[in-house]
Design a protein around this ligand. Structure first.
Ligand SMILES: [Zn+2]
Length: 325
């Protein structure tokens, strides 16, 4: 009896050890995967930012040769990542004309695994301001923070979600044109979609400088207009990164970026930002250069957007719709 129980005990210990080792291996595999999944390479982020904000792009004003170069860069990245075309489009471009200017949004799709008819949009505007006509010194509005930082985020997130490969919903990555001319690109885009199929809008603007709330924080426009922000906050719990409501309500920022064009159609579409715009010396100035940005802030913010939106991308959470009177 005693012998038998010793034998059984030994067997049990052996078994539980084996189980423990198995569980441990699974746990470390999970941890490894998580770590790998949330890694964004700052060198790649920097490359996107510095290319898009380079003098060669001449300010990326809509309808200029400079913005054409920016578009080609984005298209090339979308192609490398393996994004497909939206709906019946035959390229990444959505061409249209406004006030006699030929323009286009650049968009690519990562098809959803089980809910491919439900779209989450990840966007930023790739246009900026025209060059100064004359004057000495720097005449180029590089628009590094506004909004090469956001476009960098769109490209990096496309690469991230493609690699991750578990987006249950379809993700539409869009770089809007003519935002600076009055949200023209996003308004045009909005006219062509069935808004009921769009479950959320993630827009990125000015995400390259540390906000007043400190490192590893960002703010969201229109926070109270849906529960999108609360979902993000929940997903960011334990990461050390925090999301706050927009600290500048008087600037009416919710209506001043491309998220508004979708929000007006009922889509819970919000803009992530980090920059203390009330004191930023470079906003809409020729000094908005890549060197004034903090690549770590940019990288951390893109990573936070990736983690924060996970439950929306994988179909577990659906934010409440927006109503605008
Ligand atoms: Zn902007």
């Amino acid at each position: 009896m005693k012998k038998a129980s010793i034998f059984i005990s030994a067997l049990m210990i052996l078994f539980s050890c084996k189980e423990y080792t198995k569980a441990n291996a699974q746990e470390s595999k999970k941890l490894k995967e998580t770590t790998e999944e949330i890694t964004f390479n700052p060198a790649t982020i920097k490359k996107h930012l510095y290319t898009l904000a380079s003098d060669e792009m001449e300010g990326r004003a809509t309808g200029t040769p400079g913005i054409e170069k920016a578009a080609q860069y984005i298209e090339n990245e979308f192609k490398k990542i393996g994004l497909t075309y939206f709906n019946s489009n035959t390229s990444y471009r959505q061409n249209f004309e406004h006030n006699g200017i030929k323009m286009f949004n650049v968009m690519g799709v990562l098809e959803g695994k089980s809910k491919k008819d439900e779209f989450v949009i990840v966007s930023a505007h790739y246009d900026h301001l025209e060059m100064k006509k004359d004057g000495d010194g720097d005449r180029i509005y590089n628009g590094a923070n506004d909004d090469a930082s956001g476009v960098t985020g769109v490209i990096a997130l496309a690469e991230y979600f493609k690699k991750k490969g578990n987006n249950e919903r379809s993700i539409l990555f869009v770089c809007f044109t003519a935002e600076e001319m009055g949200l023209i690109g996003s308004k045009y885009f909005g006219k062509g979609i069935d808004a009921s199929k769009f479950v959320a809008g993630i827009n990125l603007e000015l995400i390259g400088k540390e906000p007043k709330t400190g490192p590893k924080t960002a703010w969201l426009t229109g926070f109270e207009r849906s529960d999108f922000g609360k979902i993000i906050q929940k997903n960011l719990e334990g990461t050390g990164y925090k999301l706050f409501p927009d600290p500048y309500p008087k600037y009416n920022l919710f209506f001043r970026s491309d998220n508004a064009s979708l929000a007006r159609l009922g889509v819970p579409s919000h803009t992530f930002s980090t920059t203390p715009i009330d004191i930023d010396p470079d906003y809409h100035k020729v000094t908005d250069e890549a060197e004034t940005l903090d690549v770590n802030v940019l990288t951390e913010t893109i990573k936070a957007v990736a983690i924060g939106t996970t439950s929306i991308i994988n179909g577990k959470d659906t934010p409440t719709r927006v109503t605008i009177e």
